[in-house]
Design a protein around this ligand. Structure first.
Ligand SMILES: N[C@@H](CCC(=O)N[C@@H](CS)C(=O)NCC(=O)O)C(=O)O
Length: 194
C-alpha cells in the first residue's frame, strides 16, 4: 500500500498510525500547490479531491479522509481501537471531534486569514483543546494505551505550537509522551521534520 502525504500536514497522523500498526507501506510526498507527487505524477488522478492523505491499498482501492483512513488502519491492529462495547463508536466520536472542531479550526492560519480571524480561531481552538484534554482517560485519550485518535490529536498539537496557541498542561505532557514513541520518531524522520 502507499500513503500519499505532505510533510507536517494532517497526513502525518495516518503516517504515525501506520507505523503503530506495524504494517508494510510505501510513502510518496505530494506538492499540494502543484498537485504533483514526488515522482511527477498528477496527484488529482490519485485523489480527485486534491488533498492529502490518500491511502492506496494493495488491491488498488483508494481511501481518502483522515477519519476513514485512521479507522481502516485501526482495524489492521485491533489494539489501536479503544476497548469496550462502545469502543469503535467512541473512536469515531473522537476522530470526528478532532477533524471537524479542531483540524478545521486552523483554517485562518493556513488560508492567510485576517488577524481578527486568527484571534477568534485561537480562542475557539483553546476551548476545543481544553474540552478534549478534559476527556483524557489516562496517558492517552482512551487510557494507558495509544489508539488512532491520539495520532490525529498529536498532529493538531504540533500545529498549535507552530501557530503559538498555548496547550493545556495535560496535552503538553501528552505531546511529549508521543514524541518519545518510535512510530513518531520514524514518521518525523521520513517526513524530514524535527
Ligand atoms: N477532509 C479531509 C481534509 C484533509 C486536509 O485538510 N488536507 C490538507 C492538508 S492537512 C490538504 O491537503 N490541503 C490542500 C488542499 O486542500 O488543496 C480529511 O479530513 O482528510
Amino acid at each position: 500500500m502507499k500513503l500519499y502525504l505532505t510533510p507536517g500536514a494532517c497526513s502525518l497522523a495516518d503516517h504515525i498510525a501506520l507505523h503503530e500498526a506495524g504494517v508494510e507501506f510505501e510513502r510518496e510526498a505530494v506538492d499540494l500547490k502543484a498537485k504533483k507527487t514526488a515522482s511527477g505524477a498528477d496527484f488529482t488522478r490519485v485523489n480527485p479531491k486534491g488533498y492529502v492523505p490518500a491511502l492506496v491499498l494493495d488491491d488498488g482501492e483508494v481511501l481518502t479522509e483522515n477519519i476513514a483512513i485512521l479507522d481502516w488502519i485501526a482495524h489492521q491492529k485491533p489494539e489501536l481501537v479503544p476497548t469496550g462495547p462502545l469502543g469503535r463508536t467512541r473512536m469515531l466520536e473522537a476522530l470526528a471531534f478532532i477533524s471537524t472542531e479542531i483540524h478545521k479550526g486552523f483554517k485562518p492560519f493556513f488560508a492567510n486569514g485576517s488577524e481578527e480571524a486568527k484571534a477568534m480561531a485561537t480562542q475557539a481552538l483553546r476551548n476545543r483543546l481544553d474540552q478534549i484534554a478534559g476527556t483524557m482517560q489516562g496517558h492517552y485519550l482512551f487510557g494507558e494505551s495509544l489508539t488512532v485518535p491520539d495520532c490525529y490529536l498529536f498532529v493538531m498539537l504540533t500545529w498549535a505550537r507552530k501557530f503559538g496557541i498555548p496547550l493545556p498542561e495535560k496535552l503538553e505532557h501528552f505531546r511529549e509522551r508521543m514524541m518519545g514513541r518510535e512510530a513518531v520518531r520514524l514518521a518525523f524522520k521520513h517526513e524530514g521534520l524535527s
